[in-house]
Design a protein around this ligand. Sequence first.
Ligand code: PLP
Length: 404
Amino acid sequence: MTGRFLPYGRQWIDEADIAAVEQVLRGDWLTQGPSIGWFERRFAETVGARHAIACSNATAALHLCMLVLGLEPDDAVVVPSITFLATANAVRYVGAQVVFADVDPDSGLMRRQDAEDAIRRAEARGWRVRALAPVHLGGQTADMAGLCALARERGLAIVEDAAHAVGTHLTGSDGQRVAVGACDRSDLTCFSFHPVKTMATGEGGMVTTNDDALARRIRAAVSHGMTRDPAEFSDLAAATAADGQPNPWYYEMGDLGFNYRMTDIQAALGLSQLSKLDAFVRTRQTLVDAYDRALAPLSPVLRPAAKVPAVSAGWHLYVALIDFTALGMDRAAFMGALRKQGVGSQVHYIPVHTQPYYRRLYGELVLPGAQAWYDRCLSLPLYPAMSMVDHDRVVAALTRLIKG
Ligand SMILES: *Cc1c(COP(=O)(O)O)cnc(C)c1O
């Protein structure tokens, strides 16, 4: 092994990040202090949304979104099978049904026809489809124009799982460049700040929306369903003192909520990381372009995942699609051989519909695009601290394994 081990992804933490966290630790509030609001406002500005609500992680963010859609037990949400477990699980947390959609075998992204097929299957089971939950796998966006048109025709909500897509831009509904999170063609968008994602807060998540009512309900649900805003009180007799002013201790719980709050420690780190987002994205794009060029000679055994047109991706993953049958080596052996050369890799993802829990719940389902993606996908090291020397080491390791 030459040089240190290269994981498939890792955070970038610098002295400014450490100083930002230290400042909170020396201050008055470890949670529910001013950093949360600063982080939320800066994030909303960055993506161009009216509202951003910070929460404990993207799983919580997805749960909150499903909650405010008011889903009933026979309501269903379309979720692509190639995603992390959390996208589907959020639907189950509110007691609604997941209907798994297939994906494009070469990009891993849900297409309009995949969502339509899923809707037909849901209706055959007697479910009412209420929402689509496209996943922006690896940082590229699902076909938002096609999915948005379908959602309009059928009166469906759209919740974007953008855990991979902070810093991604696409062509918006008016032809202009918009950021993922602007909710240009969706109701709600969720982000993750897990250390392996593009920017880190430790654990952390964010919901963005342009809908004032949804934002208000999510904000309440993040903290037990409580509000201290007199404008939102309904029991005015209990809320008001003899002088007509609100009682100083008073708060109200109008709906059931959770403790899904982000801490000020995390928010300070998030603010500091956000100031580096453009640089993170530029480095990731440079590395992706370099991989595309350097790996071209390994085609057709290894090909990069298909690029989606009109997207400037904030690449979370670099996924290579490898024909392990043609290579005559299975993926476990291939990953082991890479690891021996100091190169980490990972599989994103095992199709969620094949998990024992979902099989038990819904029975067997065959999704050929998801299967074809799963059979070939391998995520290679990609993170801003990677140097060109590191990149060359990954390419050399792959070349040795494929060309012999
Ligand atoms: C990481 C991830 C999540 C969950 O994010 P957490 O912040 O870890 O809860 C959800 N969806 C996708 C696609 C993810 O990659």
